[in-house]
Design a protein around this ligand. Structure first.
Ligand code: FES
Length: 272
């Protein structure tokens, strides 16, 4: 059982949790994730660690209510306990001095991007961060990103904040303006797909962090299976980060879509 130390509302459906997990706080690196379960029969939900405080023994998770499990988690409050938090899992982000790096974060994907931006900056990269969301309310962690980036570009679908347009437009503007050596993209699968199509055109190596369905988190069950460069990979043990130009996003989107109906039925049961 892991205690919730604090809970903060970022927007209508996005919450930041600080959770007691001293061992994870000590050993986690950028890119690592945890698997969280609410209730004995709860579904296992992978969440990338957005930060940690070793002194306090806490980790930070940013959660968006999108389905049954995330809604259950977001219903919990300060002082409540999460049934279990397992991690750190996955491979840490490969960080080196690339030169100029563009980090594109969409929606709640901005949270796992934060430790990557901080780590890239710490080794001397020039970091340009593009934050994107449907509207102003969905732009999160702007202050923290500004503290660790050389420049922050904000894009909203409806133009309610920053500039009106898609994340890809912000990324392309930078590519056209200066030499970009590396790109990181984290957000909805469809967003990562389009960032990768763009950077492939300009031949800029791009890493993405995938958030698939996971069950055991140990490479045994196959739930998180994807195809990268024609080979089967497991997001939980081989990832969550991969060379975005090699990921078969269409297959991944199809598999994720297959679970949507079951999820919708469960949500109805919860609401009724
Ligand atoms: Fe089971 Fe990755 S979650 S193999």
């Amino acid at each position: 059982m892991n205690k919730i130390i604090s809970k903060e509302r970022f927007s209508e459906k996005v919450f930041k949790f600080e959770i007691e997990a001293p061992l994870i706080a000590k050993s986690r690196k950028a890119g690592h994730f945890v698997i969280v379960r609410v209730g004995e029969k709860g579904e296992r939900m992978p969440l990338t660690i957005a930060g940690s405080d070793v002194k306090k023994g806490t980790i930070t998770l940013v959660v968006q209510e999108v389905g049954l499990s995330s809604t259950r988690l977001c219903e919990l409050n300060e002082g409540d306990y999460i049934t279990d938090v397992v991690g750190p899992l996955g491979q840490a982000t490969h960080i080196e001095k690339f030169g100029t790096v563009v980090c594109a974060g969409g929606g709640v994907g901005v949270a796992p991007m934060l430790p990557i931006v901080q780590a890239l900056k710490a080794v001397g990269n020039r970091v340009i961060t593009v934050l994107a969301g449907r509207n102003k309310d969905l732009i999160i962690l702007e202050k923290e990103m500004r503290e660790s980036s050389d420049e922050v570009i904000i894009m909203t679908d409806d133009g309610s904040y920053g500039r009106k347009g898609l994340v890809t437009e912000g990324v392309e503007e930078v590519i056209k303006r200066e030499k970009v050596d590396k790109c990181f993209a984290i957000g909805p699968a469809i967003m990562m797909k389009f960032v990768c199509l763009l950077t492939k055109k300009y031949e800029i190596p791009t890493d993405v962090s995938l958030n698939t369905i996971m069950v055991d988190g140990t490479g045994m069950c196959g739930a998180c299976r994807i195809t990268v460069g024609g080979k089967t990979k497991f997001v939980c043990v081989d990832g969550p980060e991969f060379d975005g130009h090699q990921v078969n996003f269409d297959e991944m989107l199809k598999r994720m879509g297959a679970f949507k109906n079951i999820e919708r039925e469960e949500m109805h049961k919860l609401e009724s």
